[in-house]
Ligand binder design. Structure first.
Ligand code: G6P
Ligand code: MG
Length: 213
């Protein structure tokens, strides 16, 4: 049995702008500098670790309770933006490729650091497209740690070496290799030399699938 594990943000859906808007609104309120370059560093990184990166520019000190409140604030704004998502936010190419892979007998899972993964999948009508979901709610360590992918493999009952991970973040490619899996880079990670394959478009996954059938 072989399986595909998909990162969600930046691979299946594009939520970068919503993350950016939500962090930016929170940062503006408390007076911390935030821009797209910092936002790019948050790809694949958990909410808590993202906040730590953002606070590198912050001169004061915050308690754990204050940090939790800031994360809640950001997540509230982010979830509001997510409610605008519909099935139109997933391309036909992605939908059809997922269906074809399934028809070919591959198991499909999500491997995302996000605690909002199920919510997003529900909004875009893709909850049933995956056999398993491993996300920010079932892990203690975020990418580049391999935990989220190893859990996905365990849920699918597929050996790690038979899993193909599709990722847009460097942290995610690193995590896939640390898990002993095949790593496919797309988007931002398509030029990352640690990946085994790189995709220009999602549909090219079918060519990779042919090699592992
Ligand atoms: C994904 C995104 C990250 C985000 C993380 C946590 O990995 O690429 O930018 O920080 O999920 O998302 P969450 O929805 O739990 O705040
Ligand atoms: Mg991603």
């Amino acid at each position: 049995m072989k399986g595909f594990i998909f990162d969600l943000d930046g691979v299946i859906v594009f939520t970068d702008k919503f993350h950016y808007q939500a962090w930016k609104q929170m940062c503006d309120r408390i007076g911390i500098y935030f821009d797209e370059t910092i936002n790019n560093r948050l790809r694949g990184v958990s909410r808590a670790e993202s906040l730590e990166i953002i606070l590198e520019k912050y001169e004061g000190t915050l308690t754990e309770v204050e940090k939790a409140k800031l994360m809640e604030e950001k997540n509230g704004i982010y979830r509001e933006r997510l409610t605008t998502m519909t099935s139109a936010d997933v391309s036909d190419e992605v939908r059809e490729t997922l269906q074809t892979l399934r028809n070919q007998g591959f198991k499909l899972a999500i491997g995302s650091s996000s605690k909002n993964a199920r919510f997003i999948l529900e909004k875009v009508g893709l909850l049933d497209a995956f056999d398993e979901i491993s996300d920010g709610n079932n892990i203690t360590l975020s990418k580049p740690d391999p935990e989220v992918f190893l859990k996905a493999a365990e849920y699918m009952k597929v050996e790690p070496k038979n899993c193909i991970v599709v990722e847009d973040s460097h942290a995610g490619i690193y995590a896939a290799k640390a898990a002993g899996m095949i790593a496919v880079g797309i988007g931002d990670a398509s030029s990352y030399d640690k990946s085994d394959y790189s995709l220009k478009s999602f549909g090219e996954l079918l060519d990779i699938a042919l090699k592992y059938k």
